[in-house]
Design a protein around this ligand. Structure first.
Ligand SMILES: [Mg+2]
Length: 246
């Protein structure tokens, strides 16, 4: 009896945890309809720097070497000058297509508030303008557990706050009650907290753990990043750094 109960409980958990694994935005787009509030992570989901330096995988490796604060200040410097590329070539046109259909779209990022302008410029450089069908035209500061988060132009900058918690705080503060949320992020911890938070307030939701950048993250080359850091002022492409390493 105990075993059967456990099996049923486990199954219920699996069914409720609406997280899908995908490597393509095409699948995400297929899950979005006119009642959907579509929320996207930024780094390694929509875009990444064109080179290793400044990438999310660089940030995480560097935190282990230099600590969070030092890494963050260097990361901020890099973001202000780096070129970026979409993770999938087709992503900017997908966002535009959804916006033309009037779908509400927002980004939910762990980026800190101070990088708001550079973030908008980076997205714009690949043809993404998240203010077009943003859930809210005005900007907004949100008191989070770990720091003050900020919403601006269709982007919610969570900073150190847990994404699920800050999304709920955003929805309750603004009085926005989506019929349904589809959230896409390359990190399972974020799809996890958003899934749990939306379930807790009863908003139907679907999460995608998006893996298009997984291979790049796995093949992170600390030597390339270290050369790029050494020459930072300009930015060496990965190929040039690799040549220098030889
Ligand atoms: Mg990410």
């Amino acid at each position: 009896m105990g075993k059967v109960f456990l099996a049923v409980a486990l199954l219920a958990t699996i069914v409720q945890a609406q997280t899908k694994e995908t490597n393509t935005m095409r699948e995400v787009e297929g899950a979005i309809d006119s009642r959907t509030f579509a929320v996207f992570d930024i780094d390694n989901t929509l875009i990444s720097p064109s080179q290793t330096l400044g990438s999310d995988q660089w940030f995480e490796a560097q935190v282990k070497l230099q600590g969070f604060d030092k890494t963050l200040s260097k990361w901020l410097e890099v973001q202000k000058v780096t070129k970026v590329k979409p993770i999938e070539e087709a992503t900017p046109s997908m966002i535009q297509r959804l916006q033309e259909q009037g779908i509400t779209i927002m980004a939910l990022t762990a980026r800190p508030t101070e990088i708001a302008n550079a973030t908008r410029a980076q997205l714009k450089s690949v043809g993404i303008d998240l203010s077009r069908t943003a859930p809210l035209a005005s900007s907004l500061e949100i008191e989070g557990k770990d720091e003050v988060a900020r919403y601006e132009g269709g982007i919610l900058f969570a900073g150190k706050n847990q994404k699920g918690a800050i999304l709920i705080k955003f929805l309750t503060t603004t009085g926005i009650h989506p019929e349904r949320v589809v959230f896409t992020d390359d990190k399972a911890k974020h799809t996890g907290t958003v899934d749990a938070a939306l379930n807790a307030i009863g908003i139907p939701n679907l999460e995608f753990r998006y893996g298009a950048a997984d291979e790049t993250v796995k093949s992170y080359d600390a030597d390339v990043a270290s050369i790029q850091l050494q020459y930072f002022g300009g930015i060496l492409p990965d190929e040039a750094a690799q040549t220098l390493l030889k």
